[in-house]
Design a protein. Sequence first.
Length: 260
Amino acid sequence: MSGGVSVDWSLDGKVAIVTGAAPGGIGETYARTLAAAGAAVVCADIREDGAAKVAAGLEAEGHRAIGVGVDITDPDSVESMTGTAASAFGGVDVLVNNAALMATVHPGPVLECDYGHWKHVMDVNLNGAYLCSRSVVPYMRERGGGRIVNQTSGGAYPPSTLYGITKLALVGLTTTLARDLGPSRITANAIAPGMVESDAGKGLVPEGSAFREMISQVAAMQPFAEPEELAGTLLLLTTPAGNWITGQVIHVDGGWILRP
Ligand SMILES: NC(=O)c1ccc[n+]([C@@H]2O[C@H](COP(=O)([O-])OP(=O)(O)OC[C@H]3O[C@@H](n4cnc5c(N)ncnc54)[C@H](O)[C@@H]3O)[C@@H](O)[C@H]2O)c1
């Protein structure tokens, strides 16, 4: 065998939906990453103004993008988001289930959290990804395949809070979807970041805090990532470069998972 190996990292002609794509979050970076790779991007968030702002920024840079307000816990709202994506750009190829509750989730012992709160967090962090996945699959089948990427967390390994429980459940959804949708050439994978310096992440683990210090000492590498440091993994899981990867969780965490 001779000659170089050509790897296709392009999303030219593809349509991607990113949930939780308001400014200052990882979703914004994901939307920018997919747009830069050539996709038309639907920026979706419960903060409709924020989604519109990120989409307008992409359009101003010459990309194809729209902002959509969505509440991922509401099946009708989710169907409307997917329908809007398909009518704007002709279909759906990629779904990034990134929207979630994190900073506002009860951080203490789970038996001490309010049951209404428990159900709401499950609704957003797990059921929302389920509803969005269910909604896009018929469109992906029409296109002959697709990619689903679920944003889980190092906090799921092992879970010690309600947040961690939802993120481990999302891993279960990922592997189940991978098995069910493989025959339709739809892959399902998850990204498990460690600590990410989004606006929300910085608020949770502020500079100079004892928690930040402790994390820094036990990770294999510096564990705090800029959102951009997740971009390469997202591209691997959404472009032809990764078309044979399914049912996997990729830890992008500077070795946080290796902590003793
Ligand atoms: N920041 C970190 O350290 C970190 C680490 C691991 C995993 N994560 C995960 O990455 C993702 C993004 O986190 P982030 O740091 O950007 O936080 P973030 O709070 O900025 O992002 C979450 C987004 O989801 C949106 N959202 C919330 N409820 C919604 C609903 N019902 N419908 C639609 N949109 C809704 C919010 O408006 C927000 O824009 C989340 O899934 C989070 O759990 C973050």
